[in-house]
Design a protein around this ligand. Structure first.
Ligand code: DX5
Ligand code: ZN
Length: 223
């Protein structure tokens, strides 16, 4: 499976968002990762529809929208209308997860579920066939620039087991503290999509960092 690099625009320069979007357009990146936070599910507020519309206006690659919000059903159709290609909700924020997944699909988007670091992969057993993507949080959600949680490797392996013979095309995405130092090991563990904010935008040449990340995914052997 092709490996995906998804720069998180949470770490972009919001005063010059178009510049950073064009940079991603021109780079080896595959998706735009769009982090939406409501100040309730996570202890931070990021941005909503107007900013997303501005991203959509300039982005030439799919928008991978990560909803860190309670009651996501209320807003899924609007996120789809605003240009989301994939919508990922949190397991911990959904009482009727099956219904939420169906709603994402009915809205014309790929459906993803994110797991907080404390949430075991096994809880997805009864929805795994319906999913296009699982986002394994490798930090506690809410902020960019945090340290990677090592237990993520075990969770990727658990997820590989869970999808065996059932949904082997599932995208296994890792989000938080991902960079040049660990992307190779994450590929080896079985992940195939990588979100990175700080590791890209805090470097002198984000374009070059994206290329290096991409190269490391192709030179690392996945099991
Ligand atoms: C954290 C967000 C991440 C964040 C990653 O809650 O979901 O997407 O932007 O940032 P880094 O790569 O800096 O950890
Ligand atoms: Zn995210």
């Amino acid at each position: 499976m092709k490996h995906i690099i998804a720069p998180s625009i949470l770490s972009a320069d919001f005063g010059n968002l178009q510049h950073d979007i064009e940079m991603i357009n021109q780079s080896d990146a595959d998706w735009f990762h769009v982090d939406v936070m409501d100040g309730v599910f996570v202890p931070n507020i990021s941005f909503g529809f107007p900013v997303m519309a501005a991203v959509k206006k300039h982005a030439e690659k799919p928008l991978d929208v990560h909803l860190m919000i309670v009651e996501p059903d209320k807003f899924i159709p609007e996120f789809a209308k605003a240009g989301a290609d994939m919508i990922t909700v949190h397991y911990e924020a959904c009482t009727h997860l099956n219904r939420t997944i169906q709603l994402i699909k009915a809205s014309g988007c790929m459906a993803g579920v994110a797991l907080n670091p404390h949430t075991p992969v096994s809880l997805l057993q009864d929805v795994i066939e319906d999913l296009d993507l699982v986002l394994i949080m490798s930090v506690n959600p809410g902020f960019g620039g945090q340290a990677f949680i090592h237990n993520t490797y075990k969770k990727i392996k658990d997820l590989k087991q869970l999808i065996k013979g059932v949904n082997e095309n599932l995208v296994i995405e890792v989000d938080g503290g991902v960079g040049l130092q660990n992307i190779g090991a994450l590929v080896s563990a079985g992940a195939n999509a990588f979100v990175a904010g700080n590791a890209i935008f805090a470097t002198e040449s984000p374009t070059e960092t994206i290329s290096k990340m991409k190269q490391l995914t192709t030179s690392s052997v996945s099991i």
